[in-house]
Design a protein. Structure first.
Length: 188
């Protein structure tokens, strides 16, 4: 990978031995450490993590269960960063007219997404049996000072019976897709 010039950063004395981000003062290219020697401007993406689920998942549970393979951890490099969570479910389906309910957990606690009365969830109502894709984004604000690993995972439940699926068409099991969770650390 070629070194690039990064603008919009406050400069200090880069530590050339622990370099991770390319930085140029115009004549010499350094790599700067995430230790605070060079601070990113608000809104800059500091790191990206992604998990891809290519196998299928089914559940008949009417209580939330982990969607296996859709869990990912990130360790913020800045203690004041936000985490952008982007979830793409290739297919979610039901074999009965019903609702699939989803929720995102941060370190086993529900994020405040959707209705707190219903347990911080977002739902997909299947007016007819079948399958649809879902995309969802949420900007999380972990507690200030967080520089330890944070695990995000997706859970789902079937609202009132039937079989719920991820990554497979409910009426055609030969039609499969992939699902992803992408995390981006955003400087604040």
């Amino acid at each position: 990978m070629a070194d690039v010039t990064i603008s919009g950063l406050s400069t200090g004395t880069p530590d050339k031995n622990s370099a991770v981000i390319p930085y140029s003062d115009g004549s010499t290219t350094y790599k700067t450490s995430p230790s605070g020697i060079v601070a990113a401007s608000p809104g800059c993406i500091l790191q990206v993590k992604q998990v891809v689920k290519s196998d299928t998942f089914t559940t008949t549970s009417q209580s939330y269960v982990d969607v296996t393979g859709l869990s990912i951890s990130i360790t913020p490099v800045s203690s004041s960063s936000n985490i952008m969570i982007m979830i793409n479910i290739g297919n979610t389906g039901l074999n009965t007219q019903n609702t699939n309910l989803f929720r995102i957990l941060r370190n086993n606690n529900s994020l405040p997404v959707g209705s707190t009365v219903m347990g911080s969830m977002f739902n997909v109502y299947m007016q007819n049996t079948g399958t649809i894709p879902i995309s969802f984004s949420y900007l999380d604000s972990p507690p200030i000072g967080t520089t330890y690993p944070i695990t995000y995972k997706l859970q789902m439940k079937n609202d009132s019976g039937g079989t719920s699926t991820v990554n497979v068409h409910n009426t055609n099991s030969g039609y499969t897709t992939i699902s992803t969770i992408t995390l981006m650390e955003v400087a604040s």
